[in-house]
Design a protein around this ligand. Structure first.
Ligand code: HEC
Length: 120
């Protein structure tokens, strides 16, 4: 499997295991440990044009982000799965509509996925 030098450890949720993370991982990916505030998270989704197809509370072209959070709640690999999906695009999870690959910066994708997964 091609790791591209980036290993996602689960971010904030893996804080307890931080001492077990090799130093190379820390230097390869300066991870955003905290979830953005509502205002910052929503601003980032808007800036990256996610809101053209997504809303928080309802389905537009893509699923509502609260539904996404509910679907993946408690799944340890959710963050890595969704980061890959947003970056590469894809279809078939919610419907046959596909999400095009999103050109957002990797650190923005990371922050947005953490924010989406934190929605209740
Ligand atoms: C052109 C429309 C479009 C845009 C723009 C878009 N999405 Fe999506 N998104 C979709 C569709 C359609 C799906 C459902 C894909 C599927 O069923 O697998 C989706 C699914 C998702 C999912 C759930 C993926 C899964 O496999 O469960 C996440 C998370 C997501 N989008 C985040 C984002 C973020 C973050 C952005 C902005 C950087 C974004 N989307 C921009 C259309 C879009």
């Amino acid at each position: 499997m091609l790791m591209a030098g980036v290993v996602y450890t689960g971010g904030a949720y893996a804080a307890d295991a931080a001492s077990a993370v090799p130093a190379t991982v820390e230097s390869a990916a300066p991870e955003i440990k905290t979830v953005l505030s509502d205002a910052d998270g929503n601003a980032l989704l808007k800036k990256n044009n996610c809101v053209a197809c997504h809303a928080m509370d309802k389905k537009l072209v893509g699923p509502g982000f609260k539904d996404v959070a509910a679907k993946y709640r408690g799944q340890p690999d959710a963050e890595a799965t969704l980061i890959a999906k947003v970056t590469k695009g894809g279809k078939g999870v919610w419907s046959s509509m596909s999400m095009p690959p999103q050109p957002a910066k990797p650190e923005d994708v990371d922050a947005m996925v953490k924010f989406i997964l934190s929605r209740q």
